[in-house]
Design a protein around this ligand. Structure first.
Ligand code: CAA
Ligand code: NAD
Length: 289
């Protein structure tokens, strides 16, 4: 494998592109328009600039990594990719359109993956021209830092596709785990009820934002509290994940907390919009309730 295409230049797409380029892959990066893919590359450059300032990388290393990333405005160049990774907004309708378009240019020996946090892989695979060459590859945020890659084979994913996805994860120095194609896979099945419950706890006035987060940071040794993590992941994304898990299981224990729904609908999506459970307009985040 030499060339990777990443569709979606948001938080995760940028992280996957950066990590792949750092591991020596040539990366094609796209989004709804070329300008967004270019802004994505600029964001990666800014992050890598910080690594230079901290003495973790040299300017030459950063230049080599950035040289390997090419923003693109249409799907045709993806015909040369060995692996296409879809990392766009967590909405099934959007992803299915993308997979249809990517499937049209997918090389004869190439494979295609989705970085979805929750949408059933078998169901998405069934919309692809060749479901045997489609698989779930779930990275964690921030991708350059988090060691895990969860691989989710769909019912039709071939053994070769699974082996190639695993080989890619190994090259990226990720620890690969295999998860069944069940709602939330392994990690989000466990994480999402915790974050959702923290939002119920807040909504019911059991604790303040600060006390809930400090409780989990200091009492459980979590690097971020659940509300801080909600803002970090993106409240829009979390709401979509919780809805998928709730709808696909039909189990009321996964129902979205009313405050999660309100924040999602208000557009208070966390760090990416400047406001979620915290306000990010100043130097340090300030709790909003
Ligand atoms: N890109 C590259 N490197 C980054 C980075 C980024 N975006 N963010 C942080 N880093 C690096 C820093 O450069 C630093 O590296 P060095 O130690 O080599 O200097 C290191 O990571 C630690 O960073 P900081 O000191 O700035 O910050 P920190 O110690 O507070 O750690 C954190 C930041 C790693 C994000 C930490 O707070 C953490 O682990 N938070 C929890 C993250 C988490 O739970 N992620 C999973 C979310 S759920 C998910 O992803 C699945 C889903 O489907 C929703
Ligand atoms: P994001 O909102 O930061 O970025 C999504 C990007 O997708 C945006 O740049 C948007 O313009 C782009 N996009 C939307 N429609 C598109 C289209 N038709 N074609 C191409 N690009 C399109 O979201 P994110 O946090 O990067 O999440 C992306 C995917 O990764 C989702 O499936 C999400 O569930 C998954 N994921 C997210 C996290 C997380 O912590 N945020 C962790 C693991 C997996």
């Amino acid at each position: 494998m030499q060339t990777i295409a990443v569709i979606g230049a948001g938080m995760m797409g940028k992280g996957i592109a950066q990590t792949s380029a750092q591991s020596g892959y040539k990366v094609l990066l796209t989004d709804v328009e070329l300008a967004i893919a270019e802004a994505g590359k600029a964001g990666i450059a800014k992050g890598l600039g910080g690594q230079v300032k901290r003495g973790k990388m040299t300017e030459e290393q950063v230049a080599e990594i950035l040289d390997r990333i090419t923003p693109i405005g249409d799907y045709a160049p993806m015909a040369e990719a060995d692996l296409i990774i879809e990392a766009a907004t967590e909405r099934e309708d959007i992803k299915i359109k993308i997979l249809g378009k990517a499937g049209e240019v997918l090389g004869a020996d190439a494979i295609m993956a989705s970085n979805t946090s929750s949408i059933p892989i078998t169901r998405m695979g069934a919309t692809c021209p060749d479901p045997t060459r489609f698989i779930g590859m779930h990275f964690f945020n921030p991708v350059p830092v988090m060691r895990l890659l969860e691989i989710i084979p769909g019912l039709a994913s071939s053994e070769t596709t699974i082996a190639r996805a695993r080989e890619f994860g190994d090259k990226l120095n990720k620890q690969v785990i295999l998860a069944g194609d069940e709602p939330g896979f392994i990690v989000n099945r466990i994480l999402l009820p915790m974050i959702n419950e923290a939002i119920f706890v807040l909504g019911q006035g059991v604790g303040s934002i600060e006390d809930i987060d400090n409780g989990c940071k200091l009492g459980l040794n979590h690097p971020m509290g659940p509300l801080e993590l909600a803002d970090f992941v993106g409240i829009d994304t979390l709401y979509e994940i919780v809805k998928v898990v709730y709808q696909t299981t039909g189990d009321s224990k996964y129902r979205p907390a009313p405050l999660l729904v309100k924040y999602a609908e208000a557009g208070w999506h966390g760090r990416k919009t400047g406001r979620g459970f915290y306000d990010y307009s100043g130097e340090t985040p300030v709790p909003t309730r």
